[in-house]
Write a protein that binds this ligand. Structure first.
Ligand SMILES: O=C(O)CCC(=O)C(=O)O
Ligand SMILES: [Fe+2]
Length: 763
């Protein structure tokens, strides 16, 4: 099956020779010595007085029509000096002329040696002109005319060249006195010089000759090719197919060199054809830098040990084994008119967009680096290719192309459209709004659930555009993708404000059910934000989402909660992960959110917390959560906070009434988690009121076991190792660390109790 990229490349395969019917340029002028018989040396820029002298010495130019030579001032009015009367010298002139001839030969697409024979010097005064005509072949091998216009002050006098329905108008007055301007055109081109309106125009006319007997060169004519490409591009745009086509160029270009006007060889020819073919087909055409970055695994090549000895530093000892990552991307966009394109980096879909298919396979890398194997990774490589490409897409697919660049490329563009739409008044029926909607649709079509960040940014834009459908779609993607972040929560909350509460509930419930396992903080922040964005009356509609949030908090036995709820089957199973810690702030957010939406759910969470002290430690979680909520004016007086507060108060009071006295003898707490003979002996020592020191002379393994047990049990023992004799001795000396800890605890409990009972927070 021939693919679109293959057909496209086939259509361009005949387009090899660059060149056009006319070419022009400017060159720096190193003053030559120009002498004219009867006048003498000519100063540049041409002075009015010398222009007078020149016209006095010149003759009115004749006009050749077929074999006759006519003098008809209605057809032509200019002064001419025959080549035999003109001598041009000076050290810089020959190389300068050679450079110009080389440039025009390339511009006309002519290879092989080309010579320029001076034919005439022409002087145009005010009112002088040259009507439309073709030049006759003045000598064998002449195929084109070269016009060099020397510096002088004048106005008007443009050269107009026409060929097969195309026309080029050239102003050859160099902008600068130290520059000359030139143009060359094929001999069969019709051309004219428009009237000079002021000053004088001084031109040197050369015959361009290619020696030999072959047919004189003709301008390449790719009109048929361009027409065929236009037809093809139209059909591509009308049917399905790749979003864009990427046609890699033959030559390398730096960013500074990248320009339609300076492409080389066949690249210039193809660019010319596409520049003609794309606009009528409704396609955008750009030039871009194409780079490919690759990395993967490598290995030493066979002759490792031999080469290693002699070529210690060489990288040549490695071989690429497998390419693991490869990314082709386009940057440095240029339009056919030479202006930079306003596009960020875009990826290339190598399977479907490269023309011809496979053009980017087996390239020779510009850079390649190998990395030695390390302890846990094999040898690896990194390499890159740099090139350039012509890139085109049907205008209707521009947004789809833009969205290939991901949020970093597409969102700023959408932002700009939204800002312009807002700037013109935000009319929902305006074309800008339609454009922004189309781009948002293209972005959403590509938006993956996870992997792209920027949910929040896109939501903010959709909210600005009032795009409720888009918001629903994106919320669906977020729910599928499980990549919700806390940062996204405010934007989602605001966006939900545009939805009906029931719709928002369904979306948020799906997000919470899908994401709560790994993103409980974000879910809490989200629900809290959405609840606040809704009126108290509308908040009840979020009950479904609130229940999903409750699911994310474990019940007493530590299993994910399974609410006895008929709607449950409608939601995905909560992926709660047991290992994730429940933090006080998280619990406080959850309670606050649930309370705003459905107070009974907050009560259920509080009940769960108090029933599962292992998961929700009273000291570690409940107490700091209560303090957190007491600092929130809208939460501090809630019944659920009061309930948790009372539980913490009871807990603290129970501890405060325990007796607290320093130990009176050497008896210490002796409960140890291990019951091996050595640990039983250690426990007996701890319980003994008369012994202060314990010595364990034993092998390292036994000593370290004892040390671990002492540490884990928080036994009241300082341990040290005595490194005298073999084996060493572990010495344990009793202290009263346990008592000190309880003193500190008591102090803290009293402070906390005071704060919890502070009348300033509870009315
Ligand atoms: O003066 C020019 O630019 C063109 C002159 C010309 O067409 C000619 O000499 O045949
Ligand atoms: Fe001419």
């Amino acid at each position: 099956m021939t693919t679109i990229p293959a057909t496209f490349a086939a259509l361009l395969s005949g387009v090899q020779r660059p060149g056009d019917f006319v070419t022009a340029g400017t060159a720096a002028l190193m003053t030559p010595l120009i002498e004219v018989d009867g006048v003498g040396p000519i100063a540049l820029p041409l002075l009015p007085i010398q222009a007078e002298q020149l016209t006095a010495a010149a003759e009115r130019a004749p006009y050749g029509r077929g074999p006759q030579t006519l003098r008809d001032e209605s057809v032509r009015r200019t002064w001419q000096v025959d080549a035999v009367r003109v001598r041009i010298g000076g050290r810089h002139w020959p190389p300068m002329l050679e450079d110009i001839v080389g440039r025009v030969a390339a511009g006309l697409g002519v290879s092989g040696p080309v010579f320029a024979e001076l034919y005439k010097m022409l002087v145009y005064g005010p009112g002088d002109f040259f009507l439309e005509h073709r030049d006759t072949e003045k000598e064998p091998g002449m195929f084109a005319t070269l016009v060099i216009v020397l510096p002088s002050l004048s106005a008007g006098g443009e050269l107009v060249v026409r060929h097969k329905g195309r026309e080029k108008r050239l102003d050859l007055r160099g902008g600068d006195p130290s520059e000359l301007a030139f143009a060359a055109f094929y001999a069969d081109c019709v051309h004219e010089v428009l009237p000079v309106t002021a000053g004088h125009r001084l031109a040197l006319i050369y015959n361009l000759v290619r020696p030999g007997t072959e047919r004189p060169p003709q301008p390449p004519d790719y009109r048929r090719d361009a027409e065929r490409v236009t037809v093809f591009l139209k059909s591509w745009g009308a049917a399905a197919g790749p979003r864009k086509l990427v046609y890699p160029l033959e030559h390398a270009y730096t960013l500074a060199e990248l320009d339609f006007a300076t492409l080389k060889g066949a690249d210039a020819a193809v660019a010319g054809v596409l520049a003609a073919a794309a606009p009528p087909a409704g396609c955008d055409l750009h030039l871009a830098l194409l780079s490919i970055e690759e990395n993967g695994s490598a290995e030493h090549s066979g002759s490792y040990s031999y080469r290693r000895r002699w070529e210690e530093e060489e990288e040549g000892e490695f071989e690429v084994v497998e390419v693991i990552d490869r990314l082709a991307s386009l940057t440095g966009w240029r339009r056919p008119d030479g202006t930079p394109g306003a596009l960020g980096p875009l990826p290339v879909e190598e399977d479907s967009e490269v023309s011809p298919p496979g053009a980017l396979d087996d390239l020779v890398p510009d850079e390649e680096h190998f990395q030695e194997a390390t302890g846990n990774a094999g040898a690896s490589f990194e390499r890159s290719y740099r090139g350039a490409a012509l890139v085109l897409w049907p205008r209707g697919r521009f947004f789809a192309v833009l969205s290939q660049g991901g949020p970093a490329v597409a969102l700023p563009y959408l932002d700009d459209l939204a800002a312009r739409w807002e700037g013109e008044g935000g009319d929902p029926a305006s074309p800008l709004r339609a454009e922004a909607g189309a781009l948002a649709g293209a972005i959403l079509a590509d938006w993956p659930g996870s992997g792209w960040n920027g949910h929040g940014r896109l939501l903010v834009l959709l909210t600005r555009l009032g795009d409720a459908e888009g918001i629903k779609t994106l919320l669906g993607r977020i729910a599928d993708g499980d990549s919700l972040t806390v940062e996204d929560a405010p934007a989602i909350a605001t966006a939900c404000g545009l939805l009906e509460p029931e719709r928002a509930d369904a979306r948020i419930a799906a997000i919470v059910a899908g994401a709560s396992g790994r993103a409980r903080e974000a879910c809490c922040a989200l629900l809290l934000g959405v609840a606040r964005a809704f009126t108290p009356a509308a908040r009840g509609a979020l009950a479904g989402a609130a229940e999903r949030l409750l699911d994310a908090f474990p019940e007493a036995n530590g299993r994910p909660a399974a609410p006895p709820d008929a709607r449950r089957d409608a939601w995905p199973v909560v992926r709660w992960e047991r290992s994730l810690p429940v933090t006080p702030h998280l619990v406080a957010d959850a309670l606050a959110a649930l309370e705003l939406i459905a107070p009974p759910l907050a009560e259920r969470l509080a009940g769960r917390m108090l029933a599962a002290p292992k998961d929700y430690g009273l000291d570690a979680v409940v107490k700091p959560a209560v303090f957190d909520l007491m600092d929130r004016p809208e939460a501090r007086n809630l019944a659920v906070v009061e309930r948790l507060r009372n539980a913490v108060v009871d807990h603290l009071l129970a501890r405060i009434v325990e007796p607290l006295e320093p130990p009176k003898d050497w008896r210490r707490a002796s409960g140890l988690p291990c019951h091996c003979p050595q640990c039983r002996e250690l426990a007996a020592f701890l319980a003994d009121p008369s012994r202060e020191r314990w010595a364990l002379k034993a092998a390292e393994q036994a000593r370290s076991h004892a040390e671990t047990v002492i540490l884990n049990a928080q036994a009241d023992l300082d341990v040290a190792t005595e490194r005298r004799g073999r084996p060493y001795t572990l010495i344990g000396t009793k202290n009263q660390a346990g008592y000190d800890r309880r003193v500190e605890q008591r102090r803290q409990d009293v402070t906390d109790l005071e704060r919890l009972r502070s009348p300033s927070v509870f009315r």
